[in-house]
Ligand binder design. Structure first.
Ligand code: NAG
Length: 360
């Protein structure tokens, strides 16, 4: 069998070109693909393919999206909205390990993220998920497959013209350092650990650049002390009735160090556009004044009690009558850690406006 080439009819070329121009997205520069690294905030289902307990490929996850895909939400996640806004012709980003997709699908966007992962390799060991270095290895493999599929020159164009979205770091605090699940809390003071993490982020970004990435948005940490899980923990300890301000201060300190590192690294790497996607203030604003954005509740998640459930513990409520809230759109959080689709869309819009839709 051999593929037959169909000569393009000249009469069709001009109208097609005009049509393409007419529907071109309103972003400044042509974006070829969206490539995603990180944790559960952006995992589109890679964890379905690995033996970990950090999973969400079962109801009630995905009840507002074609099924439970492994996204930690009732529907789409932030990166899905980026893909739509960047005009890539697809309103979601498929997971690299999803057997339903192949290199032809990944050519316009792919997700290497793994829920539960962190900048620190010790964090990814807590739940045996895909460490960041391995996500980079998967990207290397992807590049080789892309070159075999499109030819080397075209593959390079895709890699250089892609937007890279990185969202990672929260688990290094909430699942590792603060949770005392590894020895990091003995080895580092909090400021030292923050510096260590930012050093790891720097090495990761430099490696991505070396592999051809140019437009990289690294999402800063959100107000992790306001996650329903952390509120409930602080309440149980009797230290707080609201957000855990210690956790929030750690996120702010990390974000400040990240911004300094990114400015410094960006000036060292010719042609690099590395930006921090600042999410803290915006998301904290939503959490502190949910009504302003049409939400009824930001203190608990929609799933179960909303105070501790995530993954399987949320799944346990799937069959229970009233196991999830009536209307997820009224909640900022879907489970005790992750936002609803509606909250993700809002945050994604903000980050597209400020960062992901603004690369030159
Ligand atoms: C993003 O920008 C659009 C267009 O300017 C605006 O309508 C929208 O409110 C902005 N969204 C957010 C969340 O900032």
């Amino acid at each position: 069998m051999h593929a037959r080439r169909h000569p393009v009819q000249p009469a069709l070329q001009l109208p097609l070109l005009l049509l393409l121009l007419a529907v071109a997205p309103t972003v400044c520069a042509h974006v070829t693909a969206l490539i995603v690294f990180g944790d559960s905030t952006v995992d589109a289902g890679n964890n379905n393919a690995i033996p970990t307990v950090v999973r969400s490929n079962f109801p009630p996850y995905g009840c507002d999206f074609p099924g439970a895909t492994g996204r930690f939400s009732n529907g789409r996640i932030a990166t899905d909205f980026y893909s739509e806004a960047l005009g890539l012709g697809r309103d979601f980003v498929p997971a690299y390990l999803d057997p339903d997709y192949g290199i032809q699908d990944f050519a316009i966007g792919v997700c290497f993220a793994s829920a539960g992962s962190g900048l620190d390799v010790a964090t990814s060991r807590v739940f045996r998920v895909i460490p960041l270095w391995k996500q980079v290895d998967m990207f290397r493999e992807y590049k080789a497959r892309l070159a075999a599929h499109l030819g080397a020159a075209e593959a390079n164009t895709v890699v250089a013209g892609a937007v890279y979205a990185v969202s990672i770091g929260t688990n290094d605090f909430i699942e590792n350092y603060y949770a005392l699940t590894t020895t990091r809390f003995l080895e580092f003071t909090l400021p030292e650990y923050t510096e260590y993490l930012v050093g790891l982020a720097r090495a990761f970004l430099a490696e991505l650049y070396g592999l051809g990435a140019r437009r990289i948005g690294f999402t800063g940490l959100a107000a992790m002390g306001c996650l329903p899980l952390e509120r409930a923990r602080a309440r149980a300890l009797g230290t707080s009735g609201g957000c855990d301000e210690g956790y929030n201060a750690a996120a702010r300190a990390f974000n400040a160090a990240l911004a300094g590192m990114v400015a410094d690294l960006g000036s060292e790497l010719p042609g690099a556009q590395i930006r921090v996607a600042e999410v803290f203030e915006f998301f904290e604003g939503v959490v502190r004044d949910p009504a302003r954005h049409g939400f009824a509740r930001a203190d608990v998640g929609c799933c179960g009690t909303g105070t501790y459930e995530t993954g399987y513990t949320c799944g346990a409520w799937a069959a229970a009558p009233g196991g999830t809230c009536q209307d997820a759109d009224r909640y900022v959080f879907w489970d005790a850690v992750h936002p609803t689709e509606r909250a993700s869309r809002l945050v994604a819009e903000h980050l597209i406006n400020t960062t992901f839709g603004r690369f030159e």
